[in-house]
Design a binder for this molecule. Structure first.
Ligand SMILES: *Cc1c(COP(=O)(O)O)cnc(C)c1O
Length: 390
């Protein structure tokens, strides 16, 4: 198997699983209990917050554990809206956010929020001038993702943070694709809220965190017990938290080497595909992109067909389409880049990890050439190729 879908999820590292196991079987105490079995869990949670805070240039009491990126995004947006509604109801975001942000914004619009969805340029970068112009006296929040999960484009987060800070507006960033891959500094970038998820950097699924800086005065998200400083009730997922902490330490230990390796493989794979397969073009920014992200659109090709044929060869990749109501919708991200729907439907996303090799890239190119060649040949044999579009 060749796994090229690390933006969807990653393999849990063996050292992560090993660190988690005793928290199921031996140290299973409730972190809220008074006896030593409980305080052991409590200590593990405090330790994990210290580890994470240090990587972000934050304080441990600014880290709140959640069930992952989606919850962190929901919490950030809904809680800011609730706490600041008397000051204003305007939120600025972008058209290429993850659905955890976009659908939450849509929900808040139903409650009375006014949301501006910023455009991006043909490489997927937010226009900071348009952002500045969009700011109104009633703007309470700017939510722009650190890097995009489909095309890997990295936003000018520091510039955006400075603009938000200058206007006294809170800045949230969905850093799920960045945290654990590249260094992140919340102070330097004036980030007030940041979402991250364990399973995107070789940690376990179902655990993540929300960084809430001191400036953001937001209330509890889940009501109940006093866990997470009374802001997110529920018995803590101690094993998950310990697993994520272990994944954080590991990620920072290997970060430099991993980035260098993935960048090299990314550019090698991209260059070969562009050069050797006709009608292929790279989506997203050529350099301001995540080290492991390759996203390519193929002319007159259905991405879904390519994925199925790749799977038959043991290659796991992802499309640029989201299968929503049974219909194959072209990706909202690719459409925001100005790509016509036909081309957007022919998109293929391959996201690399530190385990991938150059030999694997060669196999992928060889298979892609064969698959795309045969689809096109098959199509032309039928004459009118557009009529049979799924
Ligand atoms: C994966 C992802 C999420 C959702 O994270 P979960 O932990 O799976 O809920 C949110 N935002 C981005 C950018 C992602 O890539």
């Amino acid at each position: 198997m060749i796994y090229l879908d690390n933006a969807a999820t990653t393999r849990t590292a063996p050292e992560v699983v090993e660190a988690m196991l005793p928290y199921f079987t031996e140290y299973y105490g409730n972190a809220g209990s008074i006896y030593r079995l409980g305080t052991r869990s409590k200590k593990a949670i405090i330790q994990a917050k210290e580890t994470i805070a240090e990587t972000l240039n934050a304080q441990p009491n600014e880290i709140y554990f959640t069930a992952g990126g989606s919850e962190s995004d929901n919490w950030a947006l809904k809680a800011v809206y609730e706490a600041y509604a008397d000051r204003g109801r305007h939120i600025i975001t972008s058209r290429i956010e993850h659905h955890a942000v976009l659908n939450t914004c849509e929900y808040l619009e139903k409650l009375g929020a006014s949301v501006t969805y910023l455009d991006v340029d043909e490489n997927g970068i937010v226009d900071v001038e348009q952002l500045t112009k969009a700011i109104r006296p009633d703007t309470i929040l700017i939510s722009i993702m650190y890097a995009n999960n489909e095309i890997g484009t990295i936003q000018p987060v520091k510039e955006i943070g400075e603009i938000a800070d200058r206007h006294g507006i809170l800045f949230h960033t969905d850093a799920v694709q960045v945290y654990g891959q590249l260094p992140v500094d919340v102070k330097e970038c004036h980030i007030d809220l940041l979402s991250a998820s364990g399973h995107k950097f070789n940690g376990p699924k179902g655990v993540g965190f929300l960084y809430i800086g001191k400036k953001a005065k937001i209330r509890s998200f889940i009501h109940g017990g006093q866990q997470e400083r009374g802001r997110r009730a529920g018995t803590e997922n101690v094993a998950g938290i310990v697993g994520m902490e272990t994944a954080v330490k590991r990620a920072y230990r290997i970060m430099e080497e991993k980035t260098a390796k993935e960048t090299e493989l990314r550019d090698y794979l991209t260059d070969r595909i562009i050069q050797e397969i006709p009608g292929a073009r790279l989506n997203g920014h050529p350099v301001k992109r995540l080290p492991g992200n390759v996203n390519i659109s193929f002319e007159s090709i259905e991405g879904e067909t390519v994925l199925i044929m790749l799977d038959m060869k043991g290659i796991c990749a992802s499309g640029g389409s989201a299968c929503t109501t049974g219909a194959l919708d072209p990706s909202h991200v690719l459409l925001a880049l100005g790509q016509p729907p036909e081309l957007a439907r022919g998109a293929l996303r391959m996201t690399l990890g530190e385990e991938n090799t150059k030999e694997e890239m060669d196999i992928v190119v060889q298979e892609l050439k064969r698959i795309i060649g045969s689809i096109r040949q098959h199509r032309s044999g039928y004459g009118d190729s557009e009529a049979c579009g799924v």
